[in-house]
Design a protein around this ligand. Sequence first.
Ligand SMILES: [Zn+2]
Length: 103
Amino acid sequence: MSSLPAPAAPSVASLDPRVCERARLSRDPRFDGLFFTAVRSTGIYCRPVCPAPAPKPENVDYYPSAAAAESAGFRPCLRCRPELAPGGAPGAAATRPWPVRSS
Ligand SMILES: [Zn+2]
């Protein structure tokens, strides 16, 4: 494989497309909520951990939040529910999707 360094501490600031690409292809849970994969061919956006087959790289855009993907005209995937992802939902506070251990 390549000599790309492993992303030790993922953050929004490290949204390198190559990093995102590798994260979504490996469904790296560390990236869940850090970026969203928008698929131009379907108009859908997904979490990196989406169980659906990975779209072609040339059809993919990456967004730092679900809100950003939605404002670009994408709809949330029904399989991975990106609008419910940690830190991703436009209305996250109101629709808290799962028990959040806050402490
Ligand atoms: Zn999905």
